[in-house]
Design a binder for this molecule. Structure first.
Ligand code: NAD
Length: 519
């Protein structure tokens, strides 16, 4: 039983404001529950309640807000088994991934910013170069209500990553989770409410794309969108129309470059983990491997062995490496890529087809002999398919890596870390990991986001906490005499003085240079 078929069957006539959406377990087809498709009026009311709650929340000292967010993080950890279990059932992902790739990083991000938030958002004085008679202060003021719109592949971590930070910054949040995985979002909200935290500060509005569109139109002050490129364009333009600042976390096509001197065993294991973790339904999945000809055969052989060893199945029945395909359309996408690649000369080294029977499963698939005329090397897969292409040099790999219009994550494997660092500097991507994969997705200290069509803006990292605020500049004149030489009236004498002064201050070797050397 597929999610596409079932969700269209339940969204009734216009898909917005009528009917309910059912959530299915992709591993079994079992109905787990259903949620309402909320109307634009309901979404607007939720934003209104969030705004009122935000006013008193923003008035709390930041330390107090951090204490409360920490309480939420602790409630999540106390209920980790129940939360991870629902998450695993609603997505079909292994329990290890539910726990370590979603619950744990959600808590880690919250704890990190609870600790660092007060220091990052502390008001500060900016030293002024020329205008020594003035003082400039920066204050980080919450934006108001942040709309968070998320996809189905990490339906707990993606929202909680952004929500915890938004709260610490003093905002309220209205979350529009994916219609494919709404129940885990409601569980996150239930944990918030039951921890005794202000219910209206965190709202969840359920529904499909139209509900997301209604959220952007409901008076929010910022939007953090995570999803596909095509939807991202629509969301960014709707935000632009309303002058709402937005962060766009969109698709990826991460290249993994294996240099001639790489540790082949580590590269092979990393490529298999990075390609098949979460069934390849990761925006930073290893989506194309460029193997230097000196190591290509050895790498390919090892990756084939490792891929064949992967255990696939329903995580509820015991430990598996690869769970279900969350969104059934991805099975069609995988099949289309494989068919195109094989027609153009690729070899199926492992897997290659959907697994028939109960649930939505696809064999972890490794493709060898790939070339850049194949869709699998150029377009997002978002499923358990990893193509390998042999290259003659690292420069050739770099050229291919950079010729795609997506640039979220990239990976470089070499034993020479300095060389790999220099190569990483030339890869067009938001993040490049040397001798590792995926891990930065849950690294609160470092900014995460893409270049080119992978989006703009960043989540995580201290700058993104500041981005959740308006920076307000307060400037104070220390002396404030009854008039100012820069004000009216303008006179000829004043102009002559101004001419001399600009030369004195800005001319080569002038006062400005001397002042900047002094301060
Ligand atoms: P999607 O773009 O179809 O949907 C994402 C969200 O947007 C859903 O909640 C959906 O209901 C909502 N939406 C749809 N139309 C909308 C509209 N017009 N206005 C407002 N909201 C609307 O994406 P998906 O299929 O759920 O997720 C898969 C995609 O997400 C992949 O392309 C993947 O690369 C990307 N992704 C990116 C990141 C990242 O951090 N860059 C992380 C995870 C997933």
């Amino acid at each position: 039983m597929g999610l596409i078929a079932t969700s269209t069957a339940t969204t009734k006539s216009n898909g917005h404001g009528e009917g309910r959406i059912k959530s299915y377990a992709p591993a079994t087809g079992e109905v787990l529950g259903d949620v309402p498709i909320m109307t634009a009026d309901e979404v607007r009311a939720a934003v209104g309640r969030a705004r009122r709650a935000q006013e008193s929340w923003a008035a709390l000292p930041i330390e107090e807000r951090c204490d409360r967010v920490r309480r939420y993080a602790q409630a999540l950890i106390e209920r980790q088994d129940e939360v991870a279990d629902l998450l695993s059932r609603e997505t079909g992902k292994p329990m290890m991934e539910a726990l370590l790739h979603e619950v744990a990083p959600s808590v880690a991000v919250a704890e990190y910013f609870c600790k660092r938030g007060p220091e990052i958002l502390a008001p500060r004085e900016v030293p002024l170069g020329l205008m020594k008679h003035r003082r400039a202060f920066l204050h980080y003021v919450p934006r108001g209500v942040v709309g968070v719109i998320t996809p189905w592949n990490y339906p707990l971590y993606m929202p909680l990553r952004d929500i915890g930070m938004a709260f610490i910054a003093g905002n309220a949040v209205v979350l529009k989770p994916s219609e494919v995985t709404p129940l885990i979002a409601l569980k996150a909200k239930e944990v918030w409410d039951q921890a005794g935290l202000p219910a209206d500060l965190f709202q969840v509005v359920t529904g499909g794309g139209a509900t997301g569109g209604a959220l952007i139109d409901a008076g929010i002050q910022m939007c953090i969108f995570t999803g596909g490129v095509a939807t991202g364009r629509r969301v960014a333009s709707a935000c632009g129309e309303r002058l709402i600042p937005c962060v766009m976390e969109l698709g990826g096509k991460a290249p993994l470059i294996v240099c001639a001197d790489a540790d082949v065993e580590r590269a092979a294991r990393a490529a298999v983990f990075g390609g098949f973790s979460n069934g390849g339904q990761v925006c930073i999945s290893v989506e194309r491997v460029y193997a230097h000809r000196d190591v290509a055969d050895q790498l390919t052989q090892r990756m084939t062995e490792l891929t064949k060893e992967l255990k696939v199945g329903d995580p509820q029945k015991g430990a598996v490496d690869v769970g279900a395909i969350i969104f059934p359309k991805q099975i069609d996408v995988a099949e289309a890529h494989i068919q195109d690649a094989v027609q153009k000369g690729a070899t199926v080294l492992a897997g290659g087809k959907r697994i028939t029977g109960q649930g939505q499963f696809f064999e972890p698939t490794l493709l060898g002999d790939c070339t850049h005329d194949m869709t699998v090397m150029n377009e997002e897969i978002f499923g358990p398919v990893v193509p390998i292409m042999r290259v003659d040099s690292d420069e050739e790999a770099l050229r291919y890596a950079n010729q795609i219009n997506l640039g979220l994550n990239a990976y470089v494997f070499s034993k020479d870390r300095d060389y790999a660092h220099r190569l990483a500097e030339r890869v067009q991507a938001g993040s490049v990991l040397v001798n590792d994969v995926l891990i930065n997705g849950g690294m609160p200290e470092a900014p995460f986001g893409g270049v080119k069509d992978s989006g703009f803006g960043r989540v995580l990292g201290e700058d993104s906490l500041k981005e959740l605020c308006q920076v307000k500049h307060i400037n104070i004149d220390r002396f404030a005499t009854s008039n100012d030489p820069l004000w009216f009236p303008y006179t000829d004498k004043g102009l002559a003085l101004a001419r001399k002064a600009t030369k004195l201050v800005f001319g080569g070797g002038g006062l400005l240079k001397k002042l900047s050397q002094l301060f």
